[in-house]
Structures are given as C-alpha cells and as structure tokens.
Design a protein around this ligand. Structure first.
Ligand SMILES: Nc1ncnc2c1ncn2[C@@H]1O[C@H](COP(=O)(O)OP(=O)(O)OP(=O)(O)O)[C@@H](O)[C@H]1O
Ligand SMILES: [Mg+2]
Length: 268
C-alpha cells in the first residue's frame, strides 16, 4: 500500500514564471523509506515542503499529492494543519525556521505534544527528556529552557528529530536531517529513525547528500536534477547499476566521502 502518491507535481515561481520542479511523480510505500538525492538547487527541499504545503505563497504547485488517498493540494489551511504533526512531520533542513524564536524549546515541544496526546505533566516531561537524550543530548532540562537562537543548527536538527520520536508520525519527511552532525551523532540519530520505523512501521522520505547514509536507510531512491526526477529505482540497484551518467558521477564522487560513516555502520 502507498501512503503517499505524488502525480505530476510541478512548482512554478509566480514572480518570475520559472519552473522549479517539473512533472514529478513518485510514491512512498507504507513502512518504507524513499530517499531523494541530487545536487544543490535540484528541487529536493521544494518538493518536500510542497508535500507539507509549507512553500511560500508565490510558489504555485500543480498536480496531485495523495496522502492516504486524500489530495493535500486541495485541502484547506485548517485541514492541512491537522495533517501536520502526528500524521506527517517534517524535519527541516534549516532548524531555525521550524521554531518560534520568542519561545524556549520546551514550550514548542510541550505544545506539540499537548495537541496530540493526553499525557500528564509528569509523563510529558519524562517523554521529552527520554527523546532528547536519545538524540545524544546530555542536558535535556537545560536545552528545554533555551531559545532557538542559542542553539547550533545541529542541536536544532536533533530537537526536531526528538519531536519526531515523540509524535511517532505516519510519514516523516527528513530534509538533510543529519548534515550538521558529527559522524558519531549522525550514526545514533539515523539509528533512532530506523528504530522508530521498525517499531511503528512509519514511512519516510529522506533527503541527503550523504550517499553512505542513504544506502543504509533507503529502500527506494529518486535522483533529481534541475527540478526533474532523472533516475529512480530500488536503492541498492541504483547504487550498483546506475543508468544515467549523472547518477554514476554522484555515486562515484560521494562514496569516498561517506567512508567513515560506513565504517561506523559496519557496512561496506
Ligand atoms: N522561496 C523560493 N522562491 C523562489 N525560488 C526558490 C525558493 N526556494 C528555492 N528556490 C529555487 O528553487 C530551486 C530548488 O531549490 P531547493 O531548495 O528545492 O533545492 P535543494 O535541492 O533542496 O538544494 P540543497 O541541496 O542546496 O538543499 C533553486 O533554484 C532555488 O533557487
Ligand atoms: Mg534543500
């Protein structure tokens, strides 16, 4: 069963009439992870944000985005807000935009959990602490009382991942979730996401420049270039037998970069 089916998604900048994403079709199977790779500016983040309807108003989306059979592109703002959180959740590439700058992290996390669960105050604090510790943050109480601008990009990424672990969403869209992390933390965090998928059977879209991580986590793979999907298939077969020259180039140049990560993961 497909949890998400995207058909002919295009994104145009209304200000310049430029096509940024063109005729993109793909699906995500329940319990599986689809990775999206491609060079900077190829449209990965725009694609992810359009699934969550989080793009700026001048970016016009056409096509259909069926989430559990319902077209998200035609939903009202209120209807869409209800989807975000426990049903679909995005780990943003830039953590700063995901948090209200005027509130400490704890307020954000407590609000998000209160919207979806009926936990007591004590239970909430226990779950927050556990989730934050599981993304390798040793001082959860202190971090909960910190403003977003006081934290590094990597810390904010980890907080977003901690919230995903608490909410246990049906679909997680992770846009470069580990880029700002060191290798050891990356290893822990990726394993936490894999653990969540195994426990909950949730589905994932995973955008990354790091093909070592992608290889470890992805079932299926899309390669994007200049706003289009240029190659797709089972992740393993795209890695071992890429068809397009561009994909061959990506695979050959990125392999070496991820050597350290692979040795941590114990994969070749
Ligand atoms: N808010 C915006 N308004 C207009 N154009 C935009 C906007 N955001 C992104 N773009 C353009 O859309 C194209 C795709 O951008 P996108 O951020 O999706 O790339 P990406 O694949 O995520 O790149 P990266 O790997 O650097 O994160 C780029 O040409 C970018 O300049
Ligand atoms: Mg991006």
């Amino acid at each position: 069963m497909n949890i998400l089916e995207v058909n002919g998604l295009s994104i145009v900048d209304d200000k310049t009439d430029e096509w940024l994403v063109k005729d993109s079709s793909f699906h995500v199977k329940k319990g599986r992870t689809l990775a999206i790779v491609g060079e900077s500016g190829s449209g990965k983040s725009l694609t992810c944000r359009s699934l969550m309807r989080l793009n700026q108003p001048w970016l016009k989306e056409t096509g259909t985005v069926l989430f559990k059979g319902e077209d998200l592109l035609t939903l009202s703002k209120k209807g869409m807000r209800k989807k975000r959180g426990k049903q679909m959740y995005m780990i943003m590439q830039n953590g700063m935009t995901a948090f209200d700058p005027s509130r400490v992290i704890g307020v954000h996390l407590r609000q998000a959990t209160a919207e979806h669960f009926n936990w007591s105050k004590r239970e909430t604090e226990r779950k927050l602490k556990l989730a934050i510790e599981s993304v390798m943050i040793k001082n959860p109480e202190e971090v909960l009382n910190t403003y977003p601008h006081q934290l590094s990009g990597g810390m904010l990424q980890r907080i977003m991942i901690a919230l995903a672990l608490i909410l246990e969403p049906d679909l997680i869209i992770a846009d470069e979730p580990t880029t700002a992390l060191d290798t050891i933390t990356q290893y822990e965090v990726v394993n936490q996401l894999i653990g969540l998928r195994e426990r909950m059977g949730c589905s994932m879209i995973f955008v990354s420049h790091d093909l070592g991580v992608v290889r470890h986590i992805a079932d299926d793979l899309l390669v994007m270039k200049d706003g289009r999907i240029i190659e797709r298939g089972k992740a393993q077969s795209v890695f071992t037998e890429p068809e397009k020259e561009y994909t061959k180039y990506l695979v050959s140049t990125r392999k070496s970069l991820s050597h350290h990560f692979n040795s941590q993961m114990g994969s070749p």
